[in-house]
Design a protein around this ligand. Structure first.
Ligand code: PLP
Length: 428
């Protein structure tokens, strides 16, 4: 149950956040509370004793909520050994093989091998690398408008969702397709006027765009692009870092489009990251791809495998579809929002402006509901897979109340909450 008993952030959180802001070389704005070890299901408690309902799931990376007993069991089982991180591409651990086999059990059968790595961006980076390695005439890659593929330089070159991610960083050559039904026309034009097929290293896309605004690809677009890539032998990469591992109600979002990519990436919910493809696509030369910890973090591997086991055992794919429909239907009754959309538990809606969106997020958090922004003026709802209808009802009430509050004349946030999380311009 949500329980907010201090101002947000509470005094203990404030102290830590304040110092963190000074020392952290990354972005200095963060959600205005500090997690404690306590929490259950979709609820997490902060170090001031406030309990939040989490519809952000650690940016879609915590699919089973807080303190899931079976996940805790895995942590306990590994608590008596050290190290937990091995140099996994050079020194083998059993979990590495088991994870590859587990991934194989939920991937299309033609994608029969995988490379494990540390983060989503690195998965994208390596997906790009294996495609390029097999295509020495590569001159550029192709991604889509609004795409987010991560922040390492290769992945960032493919990213196109927000210019702040890219300013000042060199990028390698990329062309962009519109994320619309006529994307195929642009691709045909590129092939007719700009490049031979072998000069296109890869095409990468999210079948449901994440950071770019939770946009679902048009069925026709995917079908036509896949047909052209197959006809021309251009590797097709599905980026499943955010949409994968069951969030959309299928193991992988591309399954909603009846296609099989040549390569796909996974990360976040998997607890490690992976590039999955046919074994023949991976480089044959030793050292062509590697990383010290790739495949060697045994606790992450064990947790990822346990997550897959639980999703299978508890039939969470169909549950996610049903709960997603329930959530979307409820969202359609909320006044003052538009473009409610989603697939499984990957749901979003739009409000009028980005500053109003930021205000609504702050107001939701102040009332104990964690939600995330995406795109220009969207709010995304990414609850854990174990969320119940009552939790969805609670979230809807808070969203409605927050929209209403933010619409009030002369609305401004109270307290220090906006010192941390970004709000709109109404703060006085
Ligand atoms: N690809 C997609 C579709 C993502 O949503 C993200 C992260 O949000 C990434 C790649 C990068 O993952 P990471 O932040 O783990 O590097």
């Amino acid at each position: 149950m949500i329980r907010i008993k201090t101002a947000v952030p509470g005094p203990r959180s404030f102290k830590i956040l304040h110092k963190l802001r000074e020392k952290n070389g990354g972005w200095s704005v963060t959600y205005p509370f500090v997690h404690s070890s306590k929490g259950e299901g979709p609820y997490c408690e902060d170090i001031d004793g406030n309990t939040f309902l989490d519809f952000g799931s650690q940016i879609a990376s915590n699919p089973l909520g807080y303190n899931h007993p079976e996940m805790l069991g895995v942590v306990k089982a590994y608590s008596r050994r050290f190290p937990l991180k091995f140099a996994g591409q050079d020194f083998a651990v059993e979990e590495h093989l088991k994870m590859l086999e587990t991934l194989g059990s939920i991937a299309p059968k033609e994608l029969d091998a995988a490379f494990l790595i540390n983060s989503g961006a690195e998965a994208v980076e390596n997906a790009i690398k294996i495609c390029m390695r097999s295509r020495p005439a590569t001159k550029f890659g192709i991604s889509f408008e609004g795409a987010f593929h991560g922040r390492t330089l290769g992945a960032l070159s493919a990213t196109n969702s927000n210019k702040v991610h890219k300013r000042g960083y060199l990028k390698f050559p990329m062309l962009r397709l519109p994320y619309t039904e006529n994307a195929d026309e642009r691709l045909e034009k590129i092939l007719a006027t700009e490049a031979y097929p072998e000069e296109i290293g890869f095409i990468i896309l999210e079948h449901v765009q994440g950071e770019g605004g939770y946009r679902i690809a048009p069925q026709d677009m995917v079908k036509k692009i896949r047909r052209i890539t197959e006809a021309n032998g251009i590797p097709y990469i599905a980026d499943e870092v955010q949409s994968g591992l069951g969030r959309t109600g299928r193991w992988w979002a591309f399954e909603h489009f009846n296609i099989v990519p040549d390569v796909f990436t996974s990360g976040k919910a998997l607890q490690v990251a992976a590039v999955v493809a046919n074994k023949s696509l991976f480089p044959k030369e030793r050292g062509a791809i590697s990383s010290t910890w790739g495949g060697g973090q045994i606790l992450d591997l064990a947790l990822g495998m346990k997550a897959i086991e639980i999703i299978k055992k508890e039939k969470l794919l169909s549950r996610n579809s049903k709960m997603g429909e329930y959530c979307l239907k409820a969202l359609k009754d909320i006044k003052g929002i538009k473009n409610q959309r989603g697939i499984g538990l990957m749901i979003a809606f739009d409000v009028e402006t980005s500053s109003f969106r930021d205000d609504v997020i702050v107001e939701c958090v102040r009332n104990g509901l964690v939600v995330l922004g995406c795109g220009r003026q969207s709010i995304r709802l990414v609850p854990p897979y174990i969320v119940e209808r009552e939790d969805v009802d609670t979230a809807m009430e808070i969203i409605q109340k927050s929209i209403h509050r933010c619409n009030e004349m002369r609305f401004s946030h109270k307290g220090k909450i906006c010192d941390f999380i970004e709000c709109g311009r109404t703060h006085s």
